[in-house]
Design a protein. Structure first.
Length: 520
């Protein structure tokens, strides 16, 4: 069967992903290693995510703010564990001016900064410094802030959206009087992310706690939502951290209690990034390109006029404009429908396939015959193929308008159901030994893919008993995991008791279950 992309998921998942990003006009390389140009369609998807998440942040009492891109090195050095976790990824500014020296532009030796500036990898330290000035009394708490920004982490291996040197994200930062309040905040924001992924991205996830060796540097507890991509690998789709008083002590964030004593604040941080766009591609895309859940699609319905340089073309365009106007007056998912008439030049077939590759949920071909009969011919992007043909349907115009909202809701639900069934059917819980785990992840490809770092065979995840090993035991476990190219994703919050079970890695009494798998 001929498809719109050069590569298929089964043949080469990594190359297929790059095809989708390019053919769907999502992003492209910028000429600077690890930095991408996000094209309007790709940015439109991210913008939809921003709008929906920002609404949730406001509903939970958070305010937006902005902190500088540059952080004094002395701020970061105050938090030793934090520095150790990010040291290898930090970009540093040491000069403030260039100068022509021996015919070449070079940093001016006379313009060396007194203190180097770090390009923010995350903002805990600079925000903590501000919190130390803003918090004086228990009346100032809780302090609930969020910022939309870019960050820089000097990645060795990059891939558009999934892992880039510079990426866009939001980072929430809060300060609380008690550990209980801060832990409640962490749980609340993890649930915001979980429901956003499920309800808006149609991306099923598992929410859980990270083991100590996978925690955010400086955190007491780290929680994540993990999504399964179509190649079986895990994508960490969002994190929420309870930081205890670690950053408060480093940055002197204290408040006067009702009794008049001074106490350190308990702080949290939480964030998601543009890697969610990559997650949507790998969760829903097919061999013809992207498939977008209607909630986050910049355009939910696109009308493609079939023009033939004939007098009736004007009537076709007028029909499309009227149909789009009526659709845009409808409401779905609590918002107006987003319909567009593609008035650009070019063959209607090429334009239709362009929108198919971009993943528009509903694409309508409108020709003179449709106008004469008062019909609408349309394609559901989630059900594109009928055998080897592109499956289109037809409704009377009035019926199409009446059913449009329900149609979009059904597409949203259909994409989520497909992804959820795929995830649940590829989580094994019957492997009880390290040998069995090794055999499962080391066996040859079963989907035609090359089993290498870029494109491992589809193996899904495994749920195993876990004893929360520490010290030398944990070092041994990390070696075992590394040998199999596996990581512990999280300990699901919703799980059965592990009483009576034995840890797969250590043979010790199990405390809980954890998910292990390969990851992006």
């Amino acid at each position: 069967m001929q498809h719109a992309l050069s590569h298929t998921r089964a043949d080469n998942f990594a190359a297929w992903y790059q095809d989708v990003v390019a053919e769907a006009d999502m992003a492209e390389e910028s000429g600077v290693r690890g930095c991408m140009i996000i094209r309007p369609w790709g940015y439109g998807v991210w913008q939809r995510m921003q709008e929906l998440l920002d609404r949730r942040f406001r509903d939970t009492g958070h305010e937006n703010c902005y902190f500088p891109l540059f952080i004094p090195l002395s701020f970061i050095a105050k938090e030793a564990e934090h520095v150790e976790g990010f040291a290898k990824e930090m970009a540093v500014v040491t000069h403030h001016r260039l100068k022509m020296i021996d015919g070449q532009l070079k940093p001016d030796p006379d313009a060396k900064l007194e203190e180097p500036l770090v390009v923010r990898p995350t903002s805990e330290t600079v925000i903590g410094n501000a919190f130390s000035r803003w918090v004086r009394s228990h009346r100032d708490l809780p302090l609930l802030l969020n910022q939309w920004a870019n960050v820089v982490r000097w990645e060795m291996r990059t891939r558009l959206f999934l892992r880039t040197t510079e990426f866009l994200w939001q980072e929430g930062h809060t300060a609380h009087a008690t550990a209980e309040d801060a832990r409640e905040e962490t749980a609340r924001m993890l649930e915001v992310y979980r429901s956003f992924a499920e309800d808006c991205l149609a991306m099923p996830v598992v929410a859980g706690e990270k083991p100590p060796h996978e925690r955010f540097p400086g955190a007491d507890n780290t929680y994540s939502i993990e999504a399964m991509m179509q190649d079986g690998k895990a994508l960490q789709a969002g994190t929420a951290h309870y930081l205890g008083t670690n950053f408060a002590q480093a940055q002197n964030i204290r408040y006067q209690t009702e009794q008049g004593d001074l106490a350190y604040c308990h702080t949290t941080s939480w964030g998601v990034s543009t890697r969610l766009v990559g997650g949507v591609i790998m969760t829903h895309g097919d061999d013809d390109g992207l498939r977008l859940p209607p909630v986050i699609a910049p355009r939910q319905v696109v009308l493609v006029p079939m023009l033939r340089d004939k007098p009736e073309d004007a009537e076709v365009l007028a029909y499309c404009d009227q149909l789009a106007a009526e659709l845009n007056r409808l409401s779905v998912f609590g918002e107006p429908v987003r319909a567009l008439v593609d008035r650009k030049g070019g063959r209607s077939t090429d334009k239709r396939w362009g929108w198919i590759k971009r993943g528009v949920p509903v694409i309508c071909d409108i020709g003179a015959r449709d106008v004469a009969n008062g019909n609408v011919s349309y394609i559901r992007r989630d059900r594109l193929r009928t055998g080897e043909k592109v499956g289109s349907q037809m409704l009377a115009k009035a019926a199409f308008i009446a059913q449009a909202a329900v149609l979009l809701q059904d597409i949203q639900s259909s994409l989520h159901t497909q992804a959820r069934e795929r995830m649940l059917s590829n989580i094994r819980s019957d492997i009880t030994t390290l040998e069995g785990l090794s055999e499962h992840f080391s066996s040859g490809p079963d989907n035609g893919a090359k089993a290498d770092d870029e494109n491992d065979a589809f193996r899904g995840w495994v749920l195993v008993p876990w004893a929360r090993p520490q010290g030398a035991d944990m070092e041994k476990v990390e070696q075992q995991l590394k040998a199999l190219k596996l990581t512990v994703r999280n300990a699901p919050l919703a799980q059965e008791s592990a009483a009576g079970r034995t840890c797969l890695f250590t043979g010790q009494r199990a405390i809980e279950y954890v998910l292990v798998g390969r990851t992006y």
